[in-house]
Design a protein around this ligand. Structure first.
Ligand code: ADP
Ligand code: MG
Length: 269
């Protein structure tokens, strides 16, 4: 039994729609191999604590130039899936491939600091530092070289996430939730990662701010060819994405299968 996307799953920009009848690998055939940045290949994951299996036989590809939404009810394993593709943990079974190479055998610190930008649910900004200090810290950690002073880059990033220039010297604690979200995005894109991952980035935001933040993500994918992956509960965010991967909770899938089995047995008898 495979835990897959629940129907209906949209693969909006691909010519081959990802329907329950067509497997993810068939749909992915419509995407040029070179566009695929990240790939989950038959991934399963169990937490050692309690031995609880959260993900089972998940296969999906994430491409450059696209906004991918991951949806599903609370507890379905969305955050767990993000920690696997962001290299924080490794699958119990199967593999996560970054540009065709298994993450498990790569320098995952470099991958996390250099190749992907993560926007956490709780932002994880350093509250005692200023906005630009938070942004520059992650640019430093990436080890990348910049052709201009980092302060100048940080100033441009503020513009990109629609924050006024004077916010550069503002302390994080003085900002609203929506403003902190924008700083978290600026910090995640400062070192120009290939992949941008966000866990419910619009969860507590009003509709106007949510739309604006989605506009920023869409521009990163469509204008800068980044691979953007967003976990969301919002139908509007899913609608504004190019590809939706709906994660079904494993236990409910298991329960449904068990019920079907019982029903079949009942019919037989
Ligand atoms: N560190 C952990 N140890 C054990 N179980 C966990 C841990 N983190 C999450 N889980 C369990 O894994 C399941 C999926 O969690 P999560 O990935 O956070 O789901 P979602 O983000 O979709 O709400 C939940 O049942 C949760 O209780
Ligand atoms: Mg979560």
């Amino acid at each position: 039994m495979t835990q897959t996307a629940q129907a209906p799953t949209a693969q909006k920009t691909n010519e081959t729609p990802l329907t329950p009848e067509s497997s993810p690998s068939q749909a992915d055939a419509a995407v040029k191999d070179t566009d695929i940045v990240l790939e989950m290949r038959d991934v399963s994951y169990s937490y050692t604590k309690g031995g609880k299996q959260v993900l089972k036989n998940i296969s999906h590809s994430f491409s450059a130039g696209k906004v991918h939404a991951i949806t599903g009810p609370s507890g379905a394993g969305k955050t767990t899936l993000l920690s696997l593709i962001s290299g924080l943990t490794t699958p119990t079974h199967g593999a996560v491939l970054y540009r065709g190479k298994d993450l498990a055998s790569q320098d995952r610190y470099r991958y996390r600091s250099h190749d992907i930008g993560v926007i956490f649910q709780s932002f994880n900004l350093l509250p005692s530092l200023t906005v630009s200090e938070n942004i520059i810290l992650s640019m430093d950690a990436s080890g990348k070289k910049f052709d201009r002073p980092k302060k100048e880059v940080a100033q441009e990033l503020l513009d990109q996430v629609h924050l006024p220039p004077e916010y550069a010297n503002e302390r994080i604690l003085h900002l609203s939730g929506g403003e902190q979200q924008r700083v978290a995005i600026a910090r995640a894109i400062g070192y120009e990662p290939d992949v941008i991952i966000a866990d419910e980035p619009t969860g507590n935001l009003d509709m106007t701010t949510q739309n604006d933040i989605m506009g920023i993500f869409r521009s990163l994918a469509h204008d800068e060819n980044r691979c953007v992956i967003i976990v969301t509960h919002s139908p509007q965010v899913a609608e504004a994405s190019d590809d939706v991967f709906a994660l079904a909770p494993l236990q409910r899938v298991a329960q449904r299968t068990a019920k079907r089995r019982v029903r079949r047995t009942a019919t037989k008898n």
